[in-house]
Design a protein around this ligand. Structure first.
Ligand SMILES: CC(C)(COP(=O)(O)OP(=O)(O)OC[C@H]1O[C@@H](n2cnc3c(N)ncnc32)[C@H](O)[C@@H]1OP(=O)(O)O)[C@@H](O)C(=O)NCCC(=O)NCCS
Length: 179
């Protein structure tokens, strides 16, 4: 899946570009962000930012497809639609200055609508650490449910944490979109 440019009321989703490296380094280098994510290292370096942008551009991340979230000033976060094992998986983050504005509902909702329109997947999974109620609230509002507990390795912390996997079916998503 190749990301395209998508627009909502306040945000643009677009393919990440090499010129996003500085903003990526600055925003995901914040431990308050990376400590909630599974695979992001901390400390985060410019080389890490360049590596990720290079992998995304070359489509080498085992089918992971990522959008930059842009508020018109540049990258403020990202949404990814990857395949871990057989299940398509939604992941996302926003830089800390952009929290609390309802941006992720807007960005992830747009990414999911695109995902279900270009793929034939019947469901997608996501999840959040149990200590991240803001993220679980976003997932619940998007329609994710059927929670299953699992231990998740959090690279920035170097330890395993309690988390909950949740699932969203195509029919549930479409029903909510058209309700
Ligand atoms: C989690 C994250 C994506 C949320 O995005 P956001 O656009 O800031 O979310 P919103 O502004 O819509 O807030 C989400 C909800 O969580 C609530 N919330 C925020 N902080 C909270 C907290 N500490 N405890 C409980 N609820 C909280 C908000 O009030 C809001 O509630 P509502 O759904 O009833 O309106 C964003 O904070 C983020 O990127 N965090 C760091 C990385 C991360 O956690 N990524 C997800 C990994 S699973």
């Amino acid at each position: 899946m190749k990301p395209v440019a998508l627009n909502s009321k306040r945000l643009i989703l677009r393919p990440p570009a090499g010129s996003d490296a500085e903003r990526l380094f600055e925003l995901i280098g914040n431990y308050e962000v990376s400590k909630m994510l599974s695979v992001v290292p901390h400390p985060y370096t410019m080389d890490d930012a360049r590596w990720w942008l290079g992998q995304i551009a070359s489509d080498d991340l085992a089918g992971e497809c990522a959008f930059a979230i842009d508020d018109g000033t540049g990258l403020i976060g990202a949404v990814s639609l990857g395949r871990h094992g057989n299940e398509p998986t939604l992941g996302y983050w926003l830089g800390q200055p952009y929290w609390g504005k309802g941006y992720m509902m807007e960005a992830a909702g747009m990414a999911l609508a695109w995902f279900f329109s270009v793929s034939d997947a019947q469901a997608i999974e996501s999840g959040a650490l149990d200590e991240n109620p803001a993220s679980m609230s976003v997932l619940t509002k998007l329609g994710f449910g059927h929670g299953v507990a699992r231990d998740l390795n959090v690279r920035a912390r170097g330890k395993v944490m309690a988390s909950t996997r949740v699932f969203l079916g195509r029919e549930e998503f479409v029903a909510r979109e058209t309700a």
